[in-house]
Structure formats: structure tokens, C-alpha cells
Design a protein. Sequence first.
Length: 415
Amino acid sequence: MMNIPKAEICTCEIAIIGGGLVGMTLAIALAEAGFETILVDEIAPETATEAAFDGRVSAIAFASRRVLQTLGLWEQLAADAQPIDDIMVSDGRLRGGASPLFLHFDHREIGQEPLGHIVENRHTRIALLATARAAKRLSILAPARAMSLTRAETGARITLKDGRIIAARLCIAADGRNSPLRQSAGIKTLGWSYGQTGIVATVAHEKPHQAFAQEYFLPSGPFAILPMTGNRSSLVWTEKAKAASAFLALDEQGFDAEVARRFGPYLGATHVVGPRWSYPLSLQMAARYVLPRLALVGDAAHAIHPIAGQGLNLGLRDVAALAEVIADAGRSGSDIGSLAILERYERWRRFDSMALAAATDLFTRLFSNDIPPLRLARDIGLALTNQLGPARRFFMRHAGGGVGQLPRLLRGEPL
């Protein structure tokens, strides 16, 4: 960990603000590509190694797994990663049970790789920190808070809360959907609230899940059951905001009963273990992903509805694209912080992120209701897609991150 004396200026090639899963992955990729990198985060890194089970997980698509493998991270995660071999999507309704019309994704249709993996965030943070500490050109400055960003023709200066300054050729904002750096740079956002709350918890169950994920579309929003290691599954439950507050206020027995009612009997008796988490659901897109000396990644650039479990995967696709653009620019002797270079990243990532945001928004609006004509249309749509092999396989490859012009890391190739 770097120790910068107070009121002193530290110089590096790249400064990354935000040490979450996306920011730290990008820091490792850039350091391994040969760039002197400083990662600034508000939380001390030791917190990751001390974290107990908290129930929060991420879905890792097969292309995202290749990124982690190429950076030497997956070997540390494999034992704690639960493969997803099948996904069942249906228009489930509490009073009528699940619809007989459904969409089934089977990983064997597109190869031997699982459709994805579910990994607890705490395990990913521990692996990232161990790899970051071993990286020769990466320094971690934490706990520290970036307060402002000044951009000039030759570089950027980041002022920390305690007065210290970092001077870099390029600053990357990986500081979340409320990104202070994005706001400091004057980049506007477009978006809206869904009036929904996401409830996240871990559920222990009597029967094995057989690496099977399920997503029911209920009138209040999607209800996803994602397999975890052991006889456990991660629950991602979307509810109208007012109803979610009432469910979260229930005692353990009452909350268990509501969860069991939605799970149904297929996994046997269920019981919620660990804490419950909740967060408001919204869509948010930055008007720009880049300015001279500044690039946005992850939730700082785009935040989407969790209906498809693509939030982290979208961020890792940013990592792969931006790292490749910067690495190629560095090898050619170009200015890595120039707008001309950074706009290559923006062009590469903007269409994909906007298309996914539009798709998740459409599905959220289409399925978060119980209007009979719409319900019939979407049930038929699910059933028809299930019968059309090419369409089904396309959706699987797209969800896995295997469609389009893929950066090298997403193909499992080094930078």
C-alpha cells in the first residue's frame, strides 16, 4: 500500500478512483500491461479479507470468467464458484402458479462451459486484493477519498479529502452510480426510477438445486433464484417500493414464509440465512463515457435493472475494452489520456451498454404487470423462443458476453 505524505503530490500514469470489483479488476489489468497505476478507495483493503458471509453475490458470465482467468484471478475463485448449467424463465403468478409456457436455457446447446457462475462478492474481493498486492506496478491508497478532479492538456490532478494530490496522465472513475468524479467533471446522466426495490438474501433449502437457476416474472417484478455452493441459493426479489418496505420489516418467521410461498416446493423446506439487503432500482446512463483525461467504467457509466443479472458483467466488459484501448495506445506511443484515444473506448462500449439497458427496461415494463393481453403475449413469446433453437442459442451467447467484437480479455487472450 502506498503511503503519500500529507500535502505531497504523487505522480503516476493512471489513477483509478473506486476499488470495487470493477475498479480493482481494471487496476490489475492495467498494472500487468505495464502502467504505473494508483487505486484510490474509501475503504481500507483489509476489510475485504476480514469480511464475513453477507449474502451478496454476483453472476459471472462465461466471457467474464475468461477475463478473470487471464488475469490470474479465477484459480482463486473456482472452488467457491457455483456453475449455472440451466436457466428456466417463466411467467409465474402467485395465485395461478407458474405458467406452462416457459423458456429453458441449457448450456449443452452452446458447448461444455456453464452458462455462468455465482460467486459471493466477499470471495471475489479477497482474490482481487491478493492479486493487486502482488502486482508490481499497482499501489493502493486507502482509505482515501477523492474530492475533485482538474483536467488539463497534459494530465489530470485528483485532490483527496486530506489535501494530498495525485497527478496522472489519465483518471478513471469507477466510483459507482453516484460517482463524485463524474459529477465533478460535469457529465450529465439520463435515467429514471422503476418505483421498485431489489431485495437480496441467501436461502438454504432442503433439496439440491442441480446447478439450475430460475426466474419467475411476477406482477411486482422478477423473482430470481440463483444457485450457490451447497444447498443454498441467492434470492433477487423485485417488489414495488412500498410493499418491499413491509416485507423487509417482517420478523424472521414472517419473511421466511413469504420467501417459501414464492419459491414453491421444488427445493423442499427453505430458510433465509444471513442478512437481507435492499436497494432502489433505477436506470441511469451517463451522457458521455469519456472526456480528455477521464474515462468512466462500471456503474459510474451505466446502471441497469438487475432483471438479467448483467450489472457486473457489463462492468467487466468495460474493463476489457478500456484496458485494450489503453494498452494498444501505450504500445504505439500515443497519449493514453487524449480524447481521440478514449473515444475508441466510448464507441466500443456505448452501443452494447445502451442496448442492454433498453432490453432490460423493456422486459421490466413488459413483465412487471398482470394485464391479461400482455400476459398472454409474453407467455406466447417465451414459448416460441423456447421452440426456436437459433434464437435460444443467440440469447444464451449474448447473455454470456460472447456476441459482437470482443476485446482480447473477453476472448481469454492477454492484453
